[in-house]
Design a protein around this ligand. Structure first.
Ligand code: ACO
Length: 331
């Protein structure tokens, strides 16, 4: 049997500044009622000019390291999931390594948009399980407000900023921690959700800025339909793979993109809503930070107990999606 890799410490951090739906009515033609009923969001946090993903991530990471009973010098691998890096290069992980005062350990970013946390969890687990690493720090951190078009009401109301982190470590307790995941990509659908400008295919020019190519673009209706279909299927596949039924799952921690996506998933999988962790009302869609932020909250609230089976499920740009099965550790 594979050695158990557990999420030993969790931590999260969000900027202090709240932006409510009513605040947004001063920026675009929208209403609290439209945003609440179409998405489930009431407010989101917005980072200040000096709060970058590496700063948000550092705050979250310090809490996760402390909760794991470790010190920064005990961390021997750092992986960051983000689609809003502080800089095009070097990676946000390099900036975070310095801010946390980690040893000169391997540090790198993974770009998988809203599925980022599931990807860094899979990579981190494999590296701790197979490699010379004992304690991996994985961090989902985003400043979505930096890439939103604040003139586009169909996207700017949906996202927020935040960070959350976990420490992955080996445990001698059998059959707990990360039990497996199924991850998918369909790059043929890239046009549904992307930032067209700012990369090497379309570097910044006066024209690209005027055409607003450096902002997030999304075909929300199409993404919604595919998200519901694929998240349901990947959870079903994960349950079959592990010989479980949905009634054995204590809680599902989904990517927080839209409450109607979560309602649809709950209905299709016959999982009561009180077993689905929801905090989209307070944070909106924080992309790679969204799942660990919800996981940390659920754990802190005592909703996750030793021995519980938990499913994390994500869907995002790429398109990327997947689901991960965890059985919570007891020591
Ligand atoms: N306020 C008021 N009206 C609005 C707003 C707004 N903020 N935004 C759009 N509208 C209007 C539209 O213009 C449209 O008007 P029209 O009928 O006159 O053209 C009407 O509301 C309906 O718009 P729809 O796009 O049909 O609204 P829908 O019910 O589909 O909800 C939403 C839109 C919330 C974006 C939904 O499609 C969604 O959540 N999609 C999924 C998003 C997602 O899952 N993203 C995945 C991950 S993100 C990542 O990876 C970074």
């Amino acid at each position: 049997m594979a050695v158990s890799i557990i999420l030993k410490g969790l931590g999260s951090h969000v900027p202090a500044k709240r932006l409510t739906n009513d605040d947004l009515t001063h920026l675009v033609a929208t209403s609290d009622e439209w945003i609440r009923t179409r998405s489930g969001i009431r407010e989101r946090r917005i980072a200040g000019p000096d709060e970058n993903p590496s700063d948000l991530g550092a705050e979250a990471a310090r809490k996760a390291i402390a909760q794991a009973g470790l010190k920064p010098e005990d961390i021997d691998l750092l992986i960051v999931g983000t689609m809003t890096p502080d800089l095009p290069f070097p990676s946000t992980a390099c900036l975070l390594q310095a801010k946390l005062g980690l040893r000169q350990v391997p540090a790198f970013d993974v770009a998988a948009a809203c599925s980022g946390f599931l990807y860094i969890l899979e990579v981190g687990t494999a590296m701790v399980r197979c490699g010379p690493y004992r304690n991996a720090l994985i961090v989902g951190t985003e400043k979505m407000s930096s890439m939103l078009d604040w003139q586009d009401r169909s996207t700017c109301v949906l996202f927020g900023d935040g960070a959350a982190a976990a420490v992955l470590t080996r445990s001698d307790e059998p059959n707990v921690g990360f039990l497996g995941s199924i991850l998918h990509t369909d790059g043929s659908q890239v046009g549904l959700l992307l930032q067209p400008g700012g990369g090497s295919a379309c570097p910044a020019t006066h024209a690209s800025i005027e055409e607003r190519k450096h902002f997030l673009k999304m075909n929300g209706k199409e993404v919604f339909k595919i998200a519901v279909r694929e998240m349901e299927q990947v959870i079903r596949d994960l349950l079959v793979q592990h010989n479980l039924t949905s009634s054995q799952i204590a809680c599902v921690v989904p990517h927080q993109a839209n409450i109607r996506i979560l309602d649809a998933l709950a209905t299709r999988l016959e999982i009561p809503m009180d077993r689905i962790v929801v905090n989209i009302d307070r944070y909106g869609n924080t992309s790679a930070a969204s799942i660990p932020l919800a996981l940390e909250e659920a754990h802190a609230a005592g909703r996750i107990r030793p021995g519980d089976y938990i499913i994390l499920v994500a869907f995002g740009a790429g398109l990327t999606w997947g689901a991960t099965l965890i059985r919570w550790h007891s020591r």
